[in-house]
Design a protein around this ligand. Structure first.
Ligand code: AGP
Length: 620
């Protein structure tokens, strides 16, 4: 969702900010803007659409060495140039970019208008520009409280303004009286400070900073910072003293560049063998038939005491949780469930203190998942992260967990992160099951098969089968069905989600046995039904459901284990290599990812940035 980049130093700031926005594009946005302190005024440019459009509008030269910029994903107010950030106060002397939501916008706006503020947008964010200006210009008390004289003090003005708003913010503010200074504050929307040599950066995402510096400070909620060329000073808004410290960003595996691929999504599908190796390597102990996830920091004693495992995520991450829960319950014989984080956090869940929770997230910034983490912690539960982005809010809030090591995932549609979530949860399953009752022999078999997965993924991607035939049917259909049983039911869900987000083809996923309880009414002659039927103990059951669809004239696209005669039931059969039941999602999901990609391509969709979607969903 929205992205922030800011800079103060000695470089030509406009191209630097535009480059930063480009590196934030993957988060999803619908407009972009930039403000540069230039010749005693703020030069502001905004565009609806792509950062490339904004880049063209700054080509005439925006001279300056400090500025802030923003990509906006609309919440309050439509997608218009006026609503794009940055926002200015009446006099154009204070400029603001903001991520998050100001919940008490209405009363504040009424009061500010009564005092003379002129609003030029419909956004909640513009409130901040006027409210900060109010205190900075020393207009006295706001409402009925008496405030000290803080006129002319940027830090105090921002602090005072933030004390009057309710909601979430990652905010960067500049004052024309102090053109080399940026004030930043965080509450619920991530911000990271980059520290260079005679230059300082602020961004909502370390990815924007990596070309310039790896020395960073992740701001904590409730923190405020003053950035200048000389470095950074931080405070806590509540007056406390504990503030963030400087860290060095780890080298990311993968560079987040597109290479020779036409789209990030296709590149990331093909990254999967290497991404899986990065996730598994060093964590599988074949000789002992177990796995070791050091970041969990759980002793065998603590592992055997676990009474229940709850996996939480949203979207694709939830689909990966379904696979994990299935594997844990089957193999470790411990009750395990997957939960949609946005539902879980608000249903006053019963948190078992003897249970273990995992928050599963690629970005580590999903507001709903982070909210669920905090709710579990409030109720005394233990929660680990299974997160891709190092240093992200969920990783930091959990404190312990497992990094996915997928490398940067830039396409909105998650592919390699899904696979690494499944792989990481399989590693945990092995570690847990081996501690409880799995024999060394069975553990070794599990470990060997897991280690073989990256090679099998590579093998499949080299020869993906007749995907194009399936694409034609899917693109011509009103609706596409995805069916699977057991662990494949969750792969069906992931296939449908992927197809919808990338191609906008209406898609529905059901556990095969549920089809006859309702959705079969939608079947028409020629409807494409994508059946995920690997060679597992439930195969024969799914085969019956396939027959029921065939009998009604459906076109069967079947993802099956290579060499299995069940393929005879299919109109289009897509074979994948054989593996153990628990790992089959890592193979059966591949044709579904390619199908979604190719359907999106055939229908002319914006593959890497589908409409209305964001990579990092930082609002609830
Ligand atoms: C995946 O293709 C989607 N873009 C989306 O469902 C995503 O998985 C979800 O928003 C959760 O994101 P997270 O993994 O970053 O928490």
């Amino acid at each position: 969702m929205c992205g922030i980049i800011g800079y103060t130093g000695t470089r030509d700031v406009a191209p630097l900010l535009v480059r930063g926005l480009r590196r934030l594009e993957y988060r999803g946005y619908d407009s972009a803007g930039i403000a540069v302190a230039s010749h005693m005024r703020f030069e502001v440019r905004k565009e609806v659409g792509r950062v490339a459009d904004l880049e063209r509008s700054v080509e005439d030269g925006l001279e300056g060495i400090s500025g802030i910029a923003h990509t906006r994903w609309a919440t309050h107010g439509g997608v218009t140039r006026e609503n794009a950030h940055p926002h200015l106060d009446n006099e154009g002397r204070i400029v603001v970019v903001h991520n998050g939501i100001i919940e008490n916008m209405a009363p504040l706006k009424t009061r500010l208008i009564a005092e003379g503020a002129i609003f030029r947008s419909e956004t909640d964010s513009e409130i901040l520009a006027h409210l900060i200006a109010h205190f900075y210009h020393g207009y006295g008390s706001f409402g009925d409280s008496i405030i000290p004289d803080i006129a002319g003090d940027p830090v105090a003005a921002v602090k005072m303004a933030l004390s009057r708003v309710r909601g979430t913010w990652g905010v960067a503010v500049m004052f024309l009286d102090h053109p080399g200074m940026i004030i930043a504050a965080r509450n619920g929307s991530p911000l990271v400070i980059g520290i260079g040599d005679g230059e300082t950066f602020i961004a909502s995402d370390p990815h924007a900073l990596v070309p310039y510096t790896r020395r960073v400070m992740f701001m904590a909620d409730g923190e405020l910072a003053r950035l200048t060329v000389d470095g950074v000073e931080t405070w806590r808004l509540d007056g406390g003293t504990k503030t963030s410290s400087i860290e060095t960003l780890e080298e990311e595996w993968g560079d987040g560049e597109q290479g020779d691929f036409p789209h990030f999504m296709l590149k990331e599908i093909h990254d999967q063998p290497e991404a899986l190796r990065q996730c598994i390597s060093g964590r599988v102990l074949v000789e002992d038939g177990t796995a070791k996830l050091g970041g969990l920091d759980l002793s065998p004693r603590e592992l055997v005491d676990i009474q229940r495992v709850t996996l939480l995520g949203c979207g694709t991450s939830y689909n990966a949780c379904l696979v994990g829960a299935y594997a844990i319950e089957q193999l470790a014989r411990i009750p395990a469930t997957a939960e949609i984080a946005s539902e879980y956090r608000y249903r006053n869940p019963v948190v078992d203190p003897r249970g273990l929770h995992f928050a599963v997230s690629q970005s580590g910034e999903t507001a709903d998942t982070l909210g669920a983490v905090k709710e579990i912690q409030r109720k005394g539960g233990a929660v680990m992260g299974a997160v891709n982005v190092v240093g992200s809010s969920i990783a930091r809030t959990c404190g312990r967990g497992v990094y996915l090591h997928s490398g940067p995932e830039m396409a909105v549609a998650s592919t390699k992160a899904y696979s690494n979530m499944v792989a990481a949860l399989c590693l945990f399953t092995l570690q847990l099951a081996r501690t409880t009752h799995l024999s060394a022999h069975a553990g070794r078999e599990f470990a060997e098969h897991l280690q073989a997965i990256p090679g099998l993924v590579e093998q499949y991607l080299a020869n993906p089968g007749p995907i194009d035939d399936a694409v034609r049917w899917v693109c011509d259909s009103k609706i596409t069905f995805f069916l699977g049983r057991g662990v494949s039911a969750s792969v069906a869900a992931e296939g449908a989600l992927k197809l919808m987000e990338v191609s906008y083809v209406p898609s529905i996923a059901y556990p095969s046995g549920e089809m006859k309880h309702g959705p079969i009414a939608l079947l028409e002659k020629g409807s494409p039904v994508i059946c995920i039927v690997p060679n597992d103990p439930l195969k024969a059951k799914t085969a019956s459901n396939v027959q029921e669809c065939r009998a009604r004239g459906a076109r069967i696209i079947m993802v099956h284990t290579a060499g299995d005669p069940i393929a005879e039931l299919a109109d289009v059969a897509i074979p994948v290599p054989e593996t153990l039941e628990w790992f089959s999602p890592l193979l059966t999901v591949l044709p579904l990812q390619l199908l979604a990609y190719k359907a999106g391509l055939a229908l002319g969709r914006d593959i890497d940035r589908p409409r209305n979607l964001a990579k990092s969903v930082t609002v609830e």
